[in-house]
Design a protein. Structure first.
Length: 253
């Protein structure tokens, strides 16, 4: 028969075994402390710890997508905007992520917020709106440089939204409308210039060949006759009859 002491020993054995044997997933590592001293990392798979003596801190190695809360930023040209971003990072060295910083998630979030305000504060509003890729790259490089001692690798930083004040949105809308009007006027002026050049070329051709004016005259009359079903009376230019008159005069002589 099982006595109370036997059951107690069995329970203690199960507890000691469960505390001594751990299973880590493929994307996890365990930083092991033995009597308070770090002895390295273990995993993945099945690992064994000395009960009571060994303690472990479980660290995931998968990429983390962290939202950077909206930050009030004053750009270099003194425009106040609200900007948020997302940062992608992962732990490369689990040992340093535990030993070098108290909470690597919180620390990475804080350095991302301060860097976002600093980098955007060095840029003009036009650069923030148009050179997004360049700003993202600069943010990634600066944040990665700060987190590298913690064993953290920042792979990507993306600025998500840039919220402008209402008066600045109206000013940008007016600027865009003025730009569209300017382009329309330029296109219209270019069309007028091209038309005047073609008219000048036509006038030069007519000046060199007067018969071209007569041909154009006859073409216009043909168009009038085609469009309007009516009788059209027009004077015949004397130049058209000149060959006939000269031929008649020669026959009489």
């Amino acid at each position: 028969m099982f006595t109370y002491s036997t059951v107690t020993l069995v329970v203690l054995g199960i507890l000691l075994f469960s505390s001594a044997v751990k299973v880590l997933r493929e994307y996890e590592r365990a930083v092991v402390f033995r009597l308070g001293r770090a002895i390295g990392t273990k995993g993945p798979g099945l690992i064994f710890l000395i009960p009571i003596i060994d303690k472990m801190v479980r660290i995931p190695l998968r990429t983390v997508a962290m939202d950077v809360p909206p930050q009030d930023v004053i750009t270099r040209d003194n425009v106040t905007v609200k900007v948020n971003a997302v940062i992608y990072f992962r732990v490369l060295d689990a040992n340093r992520a535990v030993l070098e910083v108290e909470n690597y998630l919180y620390a990475t979030s804080q350095i991302a917020q301060t860097t976002l305000r600093s980098i955007l504060g060095e840029s003009d509003l036009d650069q923030v709106l148009s050179n997004r890729d360049e700003i993202n790259l600069k943010l990634q490089q600066v944040i990665d440089r700060h987190t590298e001692p913690w064993g953290i690798k920042v792979s990507t930083v993306e600025v998500k939204n840039v919220d402008l004040p209402q008066e600045m949105q109206r000013a940008i809308a007016r600027q865009a409308e003025a730009e569209r009007e300017r382009r329309a006027k330029v296109i219209n002026a270019e069309g007028e210039l091209q038309a005047s050049q073609k008219l000048l070329e036509g006038a030069q051709v007519i000046a060199r060949e007067p018969i071209a004016l007569q041909l154009r005259y006859l073409q216009t009359l043909a168009e009038i006759a085609t469009e309007n079903n009516s009788t059209t009376i027009f004077p015949v230019p004397i130049d058209l009859l000149r060959p006939l008159l000269e031929a008649t005069a020669k026959s009489r002589t």
